[in-house]
Design a binder for this molecule. Structure first.
Ligand code: NAD
Length: 483
């Protein structure tokens, strides 16, 4: 098996060593061997990006737009193949994987347009005769560090705006999912980017992460991943020698879906099933807390457990599979430990929660989606991010208590409410403390052209995606002219 290499300064290069990428739906299947960059190579990638950035920024906006558009077109044309690869390495059910790949294509096309639209402002000065211009410039070299749960969409929503606005990139994907990242960079290596504009360094964060954070040639760091790593990234960005790096962190969630007495039961159940369990619950926006008012609680729980019986767990790439495996052994162990914690805290495991070592004779990291009932918002399962197909029902008295419980969390990424009352929909939209609010829709599943991000411990820094991405990937200059 040939090793898929890192991409540095426009060249494909071997790493210090290589790691196997294992299919979580069938652990006998090795998806590929992927090079792990050395520290020196990571530093070389930063140097290459620094050299390339002014060259890339000096191209016309139309040239940058054309390059990004070409990436979007190729992803679109190869979406079935790329989705198959994504499902194979990450374990996301093929339909979800296809949606993710499609989204990556849309993101590149969106930012191709944005490259042409970056504007500024011209204002009269408060001083006579003077004018004030406000323009945006690239920040420089951007380190991009991504998690495993969206192997192509998250890289896309960071790389596309970074390049659209004239920055150069050093990209480090999560070690569990290098294949989709490699495929994306391979496509991008053929669209005419100046050598060094986009660099791929694969490997473990703890081995090469610091080279991408502490190097003063890196002007900005965009990170998506766990809160713990996010804090380390932030500390490195402010603690380094010389100028601090600008940084943006997208981290965990403990997202509430509120179901009020007047909700349409079928809508509420579908929102909860999709939000809590699709993509095997491995979404930062997953509805892990189902906050349900007393009048609908028993009907909701009964309908949920019935519906969960029909969630087919299996090989991510097989027709009929709704819930693929958990990504790897470490994450499966974490999920199971939280299921045990929930039980020891006195929660009732109303459905699922058992590991399935094999499905259809295939050894994999399978877990039947778990629903806890009889939980309180103080239990660890309702305070800490599990990041698996595990959801809890929290019964509350009324809408007022539901809102208080929904907001009683350290996190604030996404929040939802199911109701048929316009008044309640407006009230919850206004008062839910989250970056994104969903009314009669799953807490997960968002559009590519509007801001994405959260509050509290979920996020730090400007929003991602849509035209709001310019806040992070550009720096503002104010120019005073006295003609
Ligand atoms: P993680 O924090 O373990 O890893 C994320 C990335 O950071 C990986 O590429 C990893 O190699 C790298 N990394 C690890 N240590 C590092 C270090 N010391 N320096 C630099 N980089 C380092 O997260 P994960 O397990 O890959 O992803 C799951 C987490 O991501 C969950 O908490 C989830 O909620 C979160 N997430 C958040 C969003 C969002 O937008 N808010 C989206 C998706 C996932």
């Amino acid at each position: 098996m040939t090793v898929k290499q890192n991409y540095i300064a426009g060249e494909w290069v071997n790493g210090a060593d290589a790691a196997e990428n294992i299919n979580p739906s069938d652990t006998r299947d090795v998806v590929g061997l992927y090079a792990r960059a050395s520290l020196a190579q990571a530093a070389g990638a930063v140097a290459a990006a620094q050299a390339a950035q002014p060259v890339w920024a000096a191209l016309t906006s139309q040239q940058r737009a054309d390059a990004l558009d070409a990436v979007g077109q190729e992803i679109q044309a190869r979406k079935a193949e790329l989705a198959d690869l994504l499902a194979r390495e990450e374990g996301k059910a093929l339909s979800d994987a296809l949606g993710e790949v499609q989204r990556a294509a849309h993101i590149f096309k969106f930012f191709a347009g944005e490259a042409l639209r970056l504007g500024g402002e011209l204002l009269p000065s408060t001083r006579p005769g003077m004018t004030v211009g406000i323009t945006r410039e690239p920040v420089g070299v951007v380190s991009i560090i991504t998690p495993w749960n969206f192997p192509i969409a998250i890289p896309a929503w960071k790389i596309a705006p970074a390049l659209a606005y004239g920055n150069a990139v050093v990209f480090k994907p999560a070690e569990a999912v290098p294949a989709s990242a490699w495929a994306l960079v391979e496509i991008m290596s053929r669209v005419g980017l100046p050598a060094g504009t986009l660099n791929l360094v694969m490997g473990r964060g703890r081995d090469i992460g610091n080279a991408l954070l502490e190097d003063p040639r890196v002007s900005a760091v965009t990170f998506t991943g766990s809160e713990g790593t996010g804090r380390k990234v932030a500390a490195a960005c402010v603690g380094r020698q010389g100028a601090m790096a600008k940084f943006q962190l997208e981290m965990g969630g403990k997202n509430p879906l509120v179901v009020l007495d007047d909700a349409d039961l079928d809508v509420a159940v579908e929102c909860a099933i999709n939000g809590a369990f699709y993509s095997t619950g491995q979404r930062c926006t997953a509805s892990s807390r189902l906050v349900v008012t007393a009048g609908i609680h028993d009907r909701f729980v009964a309908a949920m457990t019935e519906r969960m019986k029909r969630l087919q767990v299996g090989d991510a790439r097989k027709t009929g599979t709704v819930i693929g495996p958990v990504v790897d052994a470490t994450q499966l162990a974490q999920d199971l430990s939280y299921i045990a914690i929930g039980q020891s805290e006195g929660a009732t495991l109303a459905f699922g929660g058992e590991a399935l070592p094999e499905v259809d004779g295939q050894p994999g990291f399978y877990l039947r989606p778990a629903l806890f009932t009889g939980t309180t918002n103080q239990m660890r399962i309702n305070r800490e991010e599990v990041f698996g197909p595990v959801a809890s029902v929290i019964q509350v008295k009324d809408a007022e208590e539901a809102l208080a419980v929904a907001n009683d969390t350290d996190y604030g990424l996404s929040a939802g409410v199911c109701t048929t009352s316009l008044k309640q929909a407006a009230h919850f939209s206004r008062h839910l403390q989250a970056g994104m609010v969903m009314v009669n829709a799953p807490t997960a599943g968002v559009d590519p052209h509007v801001p994405f991000g959260g509050r509290k411990a979920s996020s730090h820094g400007p929003r991602e995606q849509g035209r709001y991405a310019a806040e992070f990937y550009t720096t503002v200059k104010t120019t005073y002219t006295n003609p």
